[in-house]
Design a protein around this ligand. Structure first.
Ligand SMILES: C[S@@+](CC[C@H](N)C(=O)[O-])C[C@H]1O[C@@H](n2cnc3c(N)ncnc32)[C@H](O)[C@@H]1O
Length: 632
């Protein structure tokens, strides 16, 4: 145990040196550290003694906080007092019975050991479960354990059967044991906690987080899968004789760097299930020719034909315009996603499934080894294929609600063609409702700022789309703006964005694109900040400081911040609202006036049902000069 303590100290010191701080920002490690401290504080305040056990074995050694602090040379616990109880939990490898008290933002169950004042993290468990788990790593205030089995299930599991046979072993989709509405409520809590712990904002600066928008499809939604495999083990003589073991192709096991064999992945779309089977067989056949391991890309592509397939195929309430038959650009007054009546469930909203009104679906193999799934809807027919070629083109359609108040609601469908290996959102079923939500948030409600009156609601005429990818927001939001400008560092995505604008009949005077780092966006902005909306959708790590500084100096009137990591998003939103702290603040002071923002709304979107991920959308308004007191 003493050796483990030394290892732990060495590991944390390395982290300190590498990051210049305790833990990498916005990482799972940092998120869990916060929640462990939070839970320890809570049980301390509650006076709860905890009801978990380590069996009847006492842990071997108790390490004191001062020992750790001394060895780390000034390591400061995240919350005063909490780390004073640093003790190792159990012998590594020991099996323990635990009561789960909380679900973490990383999707793991947390058990509290009162006697040791210690948290044990157990994947695949939910509050109320009594589980058997095996402790495998000590992390100071908490330990990591492998899930072994449920001894007594929580009522939260009632009526739910995980659909994946690899559940509780594979590292993905760890929330399958929860009813979908519970998953959505949990994701709302993740967003709440992220803004509470990572933004540095006061509670009064954070509005109530809106209910998570659910995915219309809970399984079968992922349009991209990336299983991987290790290269063949080279045992002399065996390779020539074709004796090597068949490859293990799939995803990593939970908590391990070991790949596990996955024959089917139920969150993938139907065509990707076919693709997985075919591509696995190809790798197996040619495995001996591989020197190294590789990742297989499986990306869905859709070819759409407009027109009514059968006389009696007309859906109730459907109305067609002549444009509805035109491809690539279609204007339609009917689409599956237009009937987005939110289901009345507590604290959640789930748009209707786009497949709800399909008339017929069929799997064919027009050419050997190339399956097609043809699905017929009242207004169109989709032919779905897949590609495993990173540089091939893949197409998706996104239907945006332009006006929900007409009967039927007015929608517009966009066609996006991208390079399969470049970024595009992975859940097509939620893309329509998601972009429609953002569309509805682009212009401020009349009362938000003094300059935005009901008489002048469309004061915002220009769109800056930072981290634009292949133009998802630049194009789908463009009907609201005189001109839109997207920027992305990936030249291939920008090339697709320009093609997509043309394919959707949007001239470059209306939708322009720049292939550059996002911070270049503000160098020569052609738009007046007072009339500009900036949409930001950075990668997981969030925006860099240079970008945030330039955005605050330019001061677009309104900002819609979209993110796949609500923790880095909360941190960046904190900077937009309150400015930088420390050295960055001093640098900013030298640069002159910087705008500040107030948060109007925050909402989560479930792009990845069954997993612990949540996408966040935060809307902010610029604080006008002279109104600064309002930002708190
Ligand atoms: C989460 S994706 C969003 C793309 C797009 N908004 C969409 O929804 O399809 C993030 C994008 O940021 C781009 N990116 C990453 N770092 C960047 C940087 N420093 N400057 C500009 N773009 C960057 C990536 O190429 C990627 O397209």
């Amino acid at each position: 145990m003493k050796r483990n303590l030394q290892k732990e100290i060495a590991r944390k010191r390395r982290k300190l040196e590498r990051d210049g701080r305790f833990l990498p920002e916005g990482s799972n490690d940092e998120v869990i550290e916060f929640e462990v401290v939070e839970l320890l504080s809570k049980v301390k305040l509650d006076g709860t003694n905890g009801n978990t056990q380590y069996g009847d074995k006492e842990p071997a050694v108790a390490a004191t906080n001062s020992e750790v602090e001394q060895a780390l040379g000034g390591f400061k616990p995240l919350s005063d007092g909490i780390a004073n109880d640093l003790k190792p939990p159990a012998e590594l490898g020991q099996e323990v019975e635990l009561e789960i008290v909380q679900l973490s933002s990383t999707g793991d169950g947390l058990a509290y050991n009162g006697a040791m004042n210690h948290i044990i993290i157990v994947p695949f468990s939910v509050p109320g479960d009594r589980v058997l788990a095996k402790v495998w790593k000590w992390e100071g205030r908490h330990s990591l354990a492998d899930f072994i089995k449920v001894i007594h299930p929580s009522h939260k599991r009632d009526g739910v059967t995980p659909q994946c046979k690899y559940f509780a072993k594979c590292s993905g989709c760890q929330l399958q044991m929860l009813p979908y509405t519970e998953q959505l409520e949990h994701k709302r809590e993740i967003v709440r906690r992220a803004f509470q712990n990572f933004s540095g904002l006061k509670p009064e600066q954070i509005p109530e987080v809106e209910p998570t928008m659910g995915s219309p499809m809970e399984y079968g939604y992922r349009t991209k899968l990336t299983p991987h495999f290790d290269g063949p083990k080279r045992v002399r003589g065996q390779q020539r004789a074709g004796l090597q073991e068949p490859p293990v192709i799939g995803y990593n096991m939970k908590g391990k760097r070991q790949v596990m064999d996955i024959e089917s992945c139920p969150i993938g779309t139907d065509i990707l299930q076919q693709g997985l089977r075919i591509e696995r067989a190809k790798v197996e056949k040619h495995f001996s020719q591989y020197k190294n391991g590789a990742t297989i890309l499986l990306r869905e592509s859709t070819q759409r034909e407009y027109g009514q397939p059968r006389e009696n195929a007309k859906a109730p309430n459907s109305k067609e315009t002549t444009e509805a038959k035109a491809d690539p650009v279609s204007f339609s007054t009917f689409s599956p996603t237009q009937t987005q009546t939110d289901i009345a469930k507590p604290n959640t909203s789930i748009p209707s499934n786009p497949h709800a009104n399909l008339l017929n679906t069929q799997l064919t193999h027009p050419t050997a080894g190339h399956p097609t799934i043809t699905t017929t809807y009242p207004t169109h027919t989709d032919h779905k294929t897949y590609t495993s070629d990173n540089s091939a083109l893949a197409t998706e359609y996104v239907t945006v609600t332009i006006d929900p108040n007409t009967t039927p609601p007015q929608t517009r469908t966009y066609k996006f063609t991208n390079i399969a290996g470049s970024f595009f959102q992975n859940n097509n079923s939620i893309l329509g409702p998601f972009t429609s939500y953002i569309y509805s948030k682009c212009l401020p409600p009349p009362t938000t700022t003094s300059t935005n009156t009901p008489e002048n609601p469309a004061n915002i005429k220009y769109l800056l789309d930072a981290y634009s990818g292949s133009g998802l927001f630049t194009l789908t939001l463009s009907p609201l703006f005189t001109s839109s400008l997207g920027i992305d560092v990936d030249a291939r995505s920008i090339s697709s964005a320009r093609q997509n604008a043309l394919a959707n009949a949007l001239p470059d005077t209306s939708c322009g694109f720049i292939d550059a780092d996002a911070s270049a966006l503000f160098a020569d902005v052609p738009y007046p900040p007072d009339q500009t909306l900036c949409v930001i959708d950075p990668p997981r790590k969030g925006c860099d400081r240079a970008f945030l500084r330039q955005l605050r100096r330019f001061g677009p009137r309104r900002v819609v911040y979209v993110s796949c990591n609500v923790h880095s998003q909360a941190r960046d939103v904190g900077v937009l609202v309150n400015g930088f702290t420390g050295r960055d603040a001093a640098e900013e002071d030298e640069e002159g006036y910087m705008y500040k923002y107030v948060v109007e709304s925050v909402r989560g979107f479930d792009f990845f049902p069954q997993t612990g991920h949540v996408e966040g959308v935060c809307v902010l308004n610029r604080v006008e000069m002279g109104e600064e007191g309002e930002s708190g």
